[in-house]
Design a protein around this ligand. Structure first.
Ligand code: PLP
Length: 384
């Protein structure tokens, strides 16, 4: 047969996700950790893999890893309870604990985002999105024929809290995703607003905390009071494991139960499970590394501000709590091209809605960041 029947009708206007990941000397485009896992931890990972029987199916639910994650988050929860008390803040229920039934591991956070849409989206279902944000949410919603309601962020990319709460009143929203820190803008959602949102609706509210380890701010305590909250995390960013594909969600057991109905049984392979366990056991090392990246981000922010001051073309950089910075720059597409020609790949959002003339720069190593700053200065001189 030299012809092919058409695929499902709703795929006609869908374009495959394109990470625009083209090889360059300096890869500052995908928000990865610029450093691979350090050699002593990698060695431990390799030895853990050595114990895996390749002929056997993996534990479908990665229960050992789920237990470990629950334990880590319980410790964090108790710490946050104590902190809140000391600072005269809210008193959280100190008896609340997470078990493996509150954790689900996926093939990267992306798989869990897909599962979210499979459980809460689809025809006759409505998703509230707050763009500009991670495009995967909207793509998944479209793929399953979900209605999408967009409440755009304000000019500084903060949430239009009033408009979101107002829209929820209608009662037709089935699920919401809020990214905090937001990708690509880097701003943080206010936990008090999230609390108000959770109180105002029974819709499932996902807080995507893919960059939690950099921001060190989490909605975790809210899980003790709200059944309709789900938190997404990943090993791809701070844990240097983008190539390994492990992410997880934290939620009420009833939510996890619904996710179990749609998930692919063996999506998290045995090797990835072992690697993630070793990574988690060394979490303090990764947290420290994340804070070193944050230091570099702070330096980059002020250096870019300096360059902007001296520049004759318009250039602005937005405050960020993650491992990237969003800049708005005149002729962004041309600037992107010049950077690329100089061997530096950043993410071009200049053609994305609400992100006109925006480029996102992932924080690299100190040398990479210096190379970027030098190049940016040169390019700006050419355009002035
Ligand atoms: C990177 C990222 C994820 C998840 O990435 P995975 O590699 O699939 O774990 C989820 N949400 C946001 C906003 C991200 O930037």
């Amino acid at each position: 047969m030299n012809s092919l029947r058409k695929s499902a009708k709703h795929l006609a206007d869908i374009t495959p996700y394109d990470p625009k990941y083209i090889p360059a000397k300096i890869m500052n485009s995908a928000n990865e950790n610029p450093q691979d896992v350090s050699p002593h931890i990698k060695k431990e990972m390799l030895s853990a893999i050595d114990g895996v029987s390749f002929n056997r199916y993996p534990d479908p639910l990665a229960n050992d890893l789920r237990d470990m994650i629950a334990q880590v988050e319980n410790d964090r929860y108790l710490q946050l309870c104590t902190q809140s008390k000391q600072q005269g803040g809210k008193t959280w229920d100190a008896t609340f604990t997470l078990t493996r039934n509150n954790v689900l591991v996926g093939n990267g956070g992306d798989e869990l985002l897909f599962n979210l849409t499979l459980t809460y989206g689809g025809p006759d279902r409505t998703f509230l999105n707050v763009p500009p944000t991670f495009s995967v949410y909207e793509n998944n919603a479209k793929l399953l024929g979900t209605n999408i309601v967009n409440i755009s962020r304000l000019a500084d990319f903060s949430l239009d809290e009033h408009a979101i709460l107002k829209r929820m009143e209608k009662g037709d929203i089935d699920f919401v995703v809020i990214t905090s820190p937001n990708n690509p803008s880097g701003d943080l959602a206010d936990i008090h607003f999230i609390e108000r949102l959770l109180c105002a609706t029974d819709a499932l509210v996902m807080i995507d905390e893919a960059y939690f380890e950099f921001a060190q701010k989490t909605c975790l305590p809210l899980l003790s009071e709200h059944k309709n909250l789900i938190i997404l995390r990943t090993f791809s960013k701070a844990f240097s494991l983008a190539g390994v594909r492990v992410g997880y969600v934290l939620a009420h057991a009833d939510v996890i139960q619904e996710f179990l109905k749609v998930r692919q049984p063996y999506s998290v392979d045995a090797i990835s499970q072992e690697i993630a366990k070793v990574a988690l056991s060394h979490r303090e090392d990764f947290y420290a590394e994340a804070q070193a990246i944050v230091k570099e981000r702070v330096r980059m922010f002020s250096e870019i501000k300096e360059i902007a001051k001296a520049s004759e073309i318009s250039l602005d950089v937005y405050p960020s709590f993650a491992n990237y910075l969003l800049v708005r720059i005149e002729n962004a597409a041309d600037v992107w091209q010049k950077l690329f020609e100089a061997g530096i790949l950043v993410r071009d959002f200049s053609h994305a809605k609400g992100l006109e003339n925006c480029l996102r720069i992932s924080i690299g190593t100190r040398q990479e960041n210096d190379a970027f700053l030098r190049e940016l200065e040169q390019i700006i001189k050419q355009f002035a």
